[in-house]
Unconditional design. Structure first.
Length: 561
């Protein structure tokens, strides 16, 4: 998908990535032509930058300052600092702490990046001025995952985004559609406990088994969305014991790999004219991982479109979301979506679904195993509401406030990503007395909001009770995972807010509730507690969560097939 300008190819430059240093190495014999080329780009950019800067001296920008931030270099802005200080999000948050500010402006290339760590300011952006900040940046990774910006989540403001957001919200994740697909979600919830129970029987260790809960949680989310979209759990032969096959592991791992490079401060996203060099190697990784995801999706989608168009599916009613996407019609009775749009949207929804529920439940389980009282209370709630003779259903969720509070606390304290999906301003504006130029990338810090000590008492403590009190302090709250006031980011809010909150909640709560209902959990034999260290490069647990699970219900309750 990357477009390499043809004149670069003519230069016959020899470039490769040094795996040790991650630097691009240039063959000196062919250095001259590219250097000339780069110099001319540099000159062109300098002129463009100067003209742009002059143009930006509008009356608004003259009256209000930009938010505070490091002094930028010409052309590059703070990219040299960004490259020196990894991971980038820690550098940005550290910088804001040093400057004692909850809003900053960091220029990267020609882009004003505006990180925000306070809920009050977040509301200014996404509640009060939601219309101004309703676009998304175009980046290398999102171009791959959306097949050239054809989808709902990452596509910038415009008709294509409106069309696809409408398709997703009213045709894929509406209440009616989710009710229609309930049986498929139940099959996967039953398969989860079937698989876990199978493993305990097969290789019993102290009456149970040690499980890799990162693998389990990711595979459960993957199973649910695969079943809903493609009506299948397995791409390949599958496994009789309900566990993931090699294909499913590769599929979900590749999805996570793509996700880890989406909005990952890649140089090419701020200096797009250098994209062909792939200096940080991101493009190679993303295109490979996206290739793996597509390798599984594309043949299924192409075959199904063929069946719908060649008459094989005559009089057939849709059975899954892929059928729905294919059979949507425009006002002239023609297919509403092209093959590319169907492929892009199906792929994006899989990515949008696998990550947050899995991460929230992995962290929740790790925290709860280390605080057995919390785990016990959650199990007691389930026993009280559901009993021990049947499995938790989605219809029970309304009464499972403590379990929901645990999931909500995991989303607050351990968000999947350091920042919310970026919002881009579509015009110049002023927020909290600061000038925010058109095209700025606003990054709401998920940890900055969710762990803000002005808002949260003992912010680093996993304490689900904090969500149980109603806002006026008068009684027990009806807990849900939404947080409209942006005191932390769960589904966010406004025009670009998540349209999948009902499904996201269903997957997260079902996963957590079934794990707790069906099994007693503890640290693996020989370990007294779970190590809760966060990874050095992202917000995941540093090591995948391994925990010992032991069946806690009567044998006959566990599904047998
Ligand atoms: C626990 C699970 C989930 C969480 C925590 C979550 C969170 C989010 C967040 C934070 C955003 C960005 C909001 C913003 O830009 O301010 C978002 C956007 C979005 N999510 Fe989710 N999500 C979840 C599950 C899902 C699911 C299951 C779907 C659909 C299958 C979905 C579909 C979308 C879409 C389409 C958008 C983009 C909306 C737009 O840009 O117009 N999400 N989600």
């Amino acid at each position: 998908m990357a477009k390499i300008p043809s004149f670069i190819a003519l230069c016959n430059t020899t470039l490769w990535l040094d795996s040790a240093t991650n630097l691009a190495i240039v063959d000196l014999n062919t250095f001259f032509l590219p250097s000339m080329f780069l110099a001319s780009i540099g000159l062109g950019l300098l002129i463009k930058f100067t003209v742009n800067s002059l143009r930006k001296q509008t009356s608004v920008s003259a009256s209000f300052p930009l938010p505070p931030g490091p002094s930028p270099w010409p052309i590059l802005g703070s990219i040299p600092d960004l490259l020196r200080n990894k991971p980038s999000y820690r550098w940005i948050l550290g910088l804001m702490k040093e400057m004692n500010t909850e809003i900053a402006c960091i220029r990267l290339g020609n882009v004003h990046v505006i990180p925000v760590t306070s809920p009050d300011l977040a509301r200014e952006f996404l509640n009060k001025q939601d219309t101004v900040f309703a676009s998304r940046p175009k980046t290398m990774a999102t171009e791959y995952l959306s097949r050239g910006f054809l989808t709902a989540v990452v596509t910038p403001w415009g008709d294509q985004w409106k069309k696809m957001r409408r398709v997703v919200s009213s045709e894929m994740v509406s209440h009616v559609r989710l009710r229609w697909l309930l049986e498929k979600r139940n099959e996967e919830a039953n398969n989860l406990v079937f698989y876990l129970h199978n493993q305990c029987n097969k290789n019993s260790l102290c009456g149970g088994q040690v499980f890799n809960l990162r693998l389990l949680t990711r595979q459960f989310s993957g199973n649910v969305i695969r079943k809903m979209i493609f009506n299948k759990r397995y791409f390949g032969k599958g496994r009789e014991d309900g566990g993931p096959g090699t294909e499913e592991i590769e599929h979900v791992d590749s999805a996570f790999e793509v996700l880890s490079y989406v909005y990952a401060f890649g140089i090419q996203d701020y200096l797009p004219y250098l994209r062909w060099l792939d200096l940080d190697g991101h493009e190679k990784i993303v295109s490979r991982a996206m290739g793996v995801v597509n390798k599984y999706h594309d043949p299924i989608i192409e075959e199904r479109i063929r069946q719908w168009t060649d008459g094989t599916m005559k009089n057939k009613v849709p059975e899954d979301l892929l059928d729905v996407l294919i059979s949507l019609k425009d006002e002239h009775g023609k297919p509403l979506l092209s093959t590319e749009e169907i492929k892009a949207q199906a792929g994006e929804l899989i990515l949008a679904t696998v990550d947050n529920p899995a991460n929230a439940v992995e962290w929740a389980m790790a925290e709860m195993i280390n605080q057995p009282d919390i785990l016990r209370k959650a199990a007691e709630e389930i026993d009280l509401v559901v009993g021990k003779s049947r499995w938790v259903q989605e219809s029970d969720f309304a009464k499972l406030n403590y379990v929901k509070a645990c999931a909500r606390e995991a989303l607050r304290l351990h968000p999947l990503a350091p920042f919310n999906v970026p919002h881009v301003s579509i015009s110049d504006t002023v927020v909290a007395g600061y000038f925010i130029p058109k095209g700025s990338h606003v990054l709401l810090s998920r940890t900055g909001l969710g762990q803000n000590p002005r808002i949260w008492h003992e912010p680093l403590k996993f304490n689900p009770e904090r969500h149980l009190m109603s806002k006026d302090g008068s009684g027990v709250a009806d807990v849900d995972l939404n947080e409209q006031e942006l005191r932390f980011i769960s589904f966010s809010t406004g025009r670009r807010g998540c349209v999948g909150s009902q499904l996201g909640t269903a997957i997260t709560i079902m996963l957590l509730a079934r794990l707790i209902q069906g099994f007693d959990w503890s640290a693996p034999p020989g370990e007294s507690v779970i190590d809760l260290s966060e990874s050095a490069n992202d917000l995941l647990l540093a090591k995948p969560l391994f925990a010992h699970g032991k069946p806690r219900l009567d044998l006959h309750i566990y599904p047998v097939e």
